[in-house]
Write a protein that binds this ligand. Sequence first.
Ligand SMILES: [Zn+2]
Length: 175
Amino acid sequence: MNSRYGYLRNEKGLLSWIVNKVLRSGWAKHPVKQTFTLRAMCTAPIGKNGRGIKAIQCEGCLQYFRPKEVQVNHKNNCVQNGVSWEELPHIIRRMFDVGLEDLEHLCKDCHDIVTYSERYDCTKEEAKLHKKAIRFSKKSAKEQKELLVKAGIEPAKSATGRREQVFNYLKERAK
Ligand SMILES: [Zn+2]
């Protein structure tokens, strides 16, 4: 076991542990975050048999969800790629020095799309299509080929190639 970093192994591991564990658990208790969630709480007919229960609206898809299915997102990406000691104070500031107007509630699907678009620097629309293409690539090769043929596309040999074909197909259709 490394005497300085332990199972985190190196400086990079330590820095991402600070951001993902230490800062995020602090953020979970942030008073502005708590106020934000309390204010968004409403009643929506999403319970059993359309019963009205406590809910929060996702600001991405505008659907209502149970409060624990919704996450609070910083509208401005606060953890950009490559954490360093020099960058850490800025991350802390972007994460904690926020007001209600800097936050939004997102359901898991919408949050994934935003995270993807920030990570790969693409639009939310493109991220949505990439997510769909990734879901497609989890099907068996046989199923993928059948679906492509159905859409009038000669299936590529490689899985990556087929994923690209689906992405382009979806993009073309979204125009
Ligand atoms: Zn949503």
